[in-house]
Design a protein around this ligand. Structure first.
Ligand code: BES
Ligand code: ZN
Ligand code: ZN
Length: 493
């Protein structure tokens, strides 16, 4: 979908469908109706006067206009109460409009952004976001694309050049971020046969070239030389060798923000093999890595003034003949040892090495994203990511960013008492903590491997992989984390 922005008089507009976003209050207002009636004729306000449409949140109603009219249909989409309207409401409303338009197989539509109705810049950004994010499907492997309905162009129509000029850059930014989110979804949704450590590395390489950041890829031998025992161990049971990626952008901008993404391209559980029901979801166990890549793509294109380092340990967790086993003891990059009690708790083993690796960059802060525990899905569902860490200020900022972009995070406590569950008789720590508080004991495990830096851990097991679609999020890979991190990086100071 392309979004263009024009400034044009309503009277001269030609369109198969124009969308009017309306609050409850406005739907009742005489002045508003008059404006619409004057521009589009009597039929255009019928849904309002007949009570078919009341501006309720996500309500939608179509007014068909006479065949002689230049605008063929008005689609009213409700925004609900004007006092509580927020960006999320605009995202969802745009998604409703896009879906409706597509279901009518209309290839081009207009969003009316008239100064006395909807001039708000927040609205423009959120509408663009909602429209673009909702226009996603993972249909790469479908030889017949579903129902062929494609919305090719969406035009934001303003009534004056100043407004157009204001909206234009916002929409372009929304486009950049939404594209990065959709590429993140594509990466997560791609099957394990397509995305494995080496191929993920080549995807990142071409991404870096295309979007303007750098990447260094460590081979299996280099990973071994770097003493990343966790990455080597988890990869051992797979015929696919591991890779470790170091992404970098904006070197000139001081102490880096380091993003670490769990890159398990398929998690069978290894020798502690998972039940077969639902195992296919584990092709998305590299969603943290995908979000890091998406964030780099967005930040590089936005030319954000921030020094970013991305660390991606990529492995396939398989139960091959050379696989690591329960009872094994791993020596990680920082010299600490972990006892493997369950090979399905593999994410923390590779993150341990990546977190230790981060220390050399003298980070301003390190944020890791990982589809780490099923327990997090039990605790928070698919609504919020679990957040833990050692720096309250950063966590607060992430919380605020999450609330703004609606990729919400919820802090779980890292009380000291939880640490004893991962004590090991034979090594420094054990990789599982038993039945209770699995998300927190996983974070405690990670804490053993961080450096002296500020650190936040985001468990995105629930939010990165969705069982049901939302208004503008698909089933499957959601791209969670990209919008959260972009907002955080834009508002960090
Ligand atoms: N990748 C999984 C976590 C996961 C589960 C993500 C469900 C998304 C949805 C992780 O590697 C894992 O298997 N964790 C185990 C840990 C346990 C063995 C301590 C889990 O959560 O069951
Ligand atoms: Zn696992
Ligand atoms: Zn996993």
């Amino acid at each position: 979908m392309n979004i263009s922005i024009v400034s044009q008089k309503l009277a001269s507009l030609k369109s198969p469908l124009a969308v009017v976003f309306v609050t409850e209050e406005r739907a009742r207002l005489g002045a508003f109706r008059q404006l619409i009636r004057r521009s589009f004729g009597e039929a255009s306000v019928l849904p309002l006067s007949h009570g078919d449409f009341n501006g309720k949140e996500l309500e939608a109603s179509i007014a068909l206009l006479p065949t002689s009219a230049k605008v063929k249909r008005l689609l009213y989409v409700g925004l609900g109460n004007a006092k509580t309207v927020d960006p999320e409401r605009f995202r969802k409303a745009a998604a409703v409009a896009v879906k409706k338009t597509k279901s009518l197989k209309i290839a081009s539509a207009h969003f009316l952004m008239l100064s006395h109705i909807l001039s708000d810049r927040v609205a423009a950004y959120a509408l663009a976001e909602g429209a673009l994010l909702s226009d996603y499907s993972f249909d790469k492997y479908k030889t017949k694309k579903e129902n062929g309905a494609k919305l090719e162009t969406l035009t934001f129509l303003t009534d004056n050049e100043t407004a157009r000029g204001k909206i234009e850059p916002l929409v372009r930014n929304a486009e950049t971020v939404a594209n990065a989110v959709c590429r993140t979804r594509d990466l997560a949704n791609a099957p394990g046969s397509e995305i494995y450590p080496e191929s993920l590395a080549s995807v990142v390489k071409s991404s870096a070239e295309q979007f303007g950041y750098s990447v260094k890829i460590l081979s299996e031998q280099e990973i071994r030389d770097a003493k990343m025992g966790g990455v080597i161990a988890v990869a051992a049971g797979s015929a696919r060798p591991p890779r470790f990626m170091v992404l970098q952008y904006g070197k000139q901008y001081g102490a880096p923000v380091v993003l670490v993404g769990k890159g398990v391209t398929f998690d069978s559980g290894g020798i502690s093999i998972k039940p077969s029901a639902g195992m296919s979801e584990m092709k998305m166990d590299m969603s943290g890595a995908a979000a890091v890549v998406g964030t780099f793509e967005a930040i590089a294109q936005l030319r954000q003034k921030v020094h970013l380092i991305g660390l991606i340990p990529a492995v396939e967790n398989m139960p091959g003949g050379k696989a690591f086993k329960p009872g094994d003891i791993i020596t990680h990059r920082n010299g600490k040892t972990s006892e493997v009690d369950n090979t399905d708790a593999e994410g923390r083993l590779i993150l341990a090495d990546a977190l230790s690796y981060a220390e050399q960059f003298k980070p301003a802060v390190v944020i890791d994203l990982a589809t780490l525990t099923g327990a997090c899905v039990v605790a928070l569902g698919h609504i919020a990511a679990g957040m833990m860490g050692n720096d309250e200020a950063t966590m607060q900022k992430l919380k605020r960013s999450g609330d703004r972009v609606f990729e919400r995070v919820w802090q779980l406590p890292m009380y000291e008492e939880y640490a004893r569950f991962i004590k090991s008789d034979v090594a420094d720590v054990k990789n599982v903590g038993g039945r209770w508080a699995g998300t927190i004991t996983a974070a405690h495990f990670l804490r053993n491997f961080i450096g002296t830096y500020k650190w936040v851990h985001l468990d995105i097991a629930g939010t990165a992989m969705l069982e049901e679609p939302g208004e503008y999020t698909p089933r499957g890979g959601s791209g969670f984390g990209v919008r959260l991190l972009v907002d955080f990086l834009q508002n960090r100071k």
